[in-house]
Design a protein around this ligand. Structure first.
Ligand code: SAM
Length: 187
């Protein structure tokens, strides 16, 4: 697995507990949804969003193959709608794996404007100690602008309410992915 995705999963696994609520903001092929579903268990719930039917179908099939459909709600909707399904202050982790569907239509990518709307929604949903994890890809068209918007969003968060970490691969060529981790303070 890509080391940035491994690092993302390590941080999420340290925060999410059995019975928690979680969000996969970009379901894609379902790998992150499957990972979250295992962590929250049968008592928990994962709300998973994607705008492409192909992504919803792929995620559904992966969950079915692992008998983990019962704790996942799939939404063929933009992640900007996540606040409709969850109460503020109740979510353990929200994961964004931005960009396009691997092996899918590369023109259907996440967009900076909607990503920032969804990031704002996600930090309102977090419980104290909760985490928003974002993987950005600057190598595709529009990816650099989106990563810059994520950087600006993270940099503007109050340091009293949030701690933000940025992880990057420093010895890889060709615009490697970056990981942004927003931890909500416990007061
Ligand atoms: N997490 C996925 C996995 O484990 O396979 C990979 C996600 S893929 C890199 C990015 C996904 O974001 C694509 O499937 C794309 O359709 C989806 N996407 C694009 N815009 C979106 C939006 N506004 N709301 C939700 N999903 C979106």
């Amino acid at each position: 697995m890509n080391p940035i995705i491994s690092a993302c999963h390590l941080h999420v696994a340290a925060v999410l507990k059995l019975g928690d609520s979680a969000v996969d903001a970009t379901a894609g092929n379902g790998n992150d949804t499957l990972f979250l579903a295992r962590l929250v268990g049968k008592q928990g719930v994962v709300h998973s969003f994607d705008i492409q039917q192909q992504a919803i179908d792929n995620t559904q099939a992966l969950l079915h193959a692992h008998s983990l459909e019962s704790q996942v709600r799939l939404h063929k909707q933009s992640h900007t709608e996540m606040s409709k399904y969850l109460m503020p202050g109740t979510v353990g982790a929200v994961l964004f794996n931005l960009g396009y569907l691997p092996r899918g239509d590369k023109t259907l990518v996440t967009k900076p404007e909607t990503t920032v709307i969804a990031l704002n929604a996600s930090i309102s949903l977090l419980r104290p100690g909760g985490l928003v994890a974002i993987v950005t890809y600057s190598g595709h068209s529009g990816g650099e602008v989106e990563e810059q918007k994520v950087a600006e969003f993270c940099g503007a968060l109050s340091s009293r309410d949030f701690s933000v970490l940025k992880l990057e691969l420093i010895n890889k060529p060709n615009s490697p992915p970056r990981l942004w981790l927003i931890y909500k303070a416990v007061k």
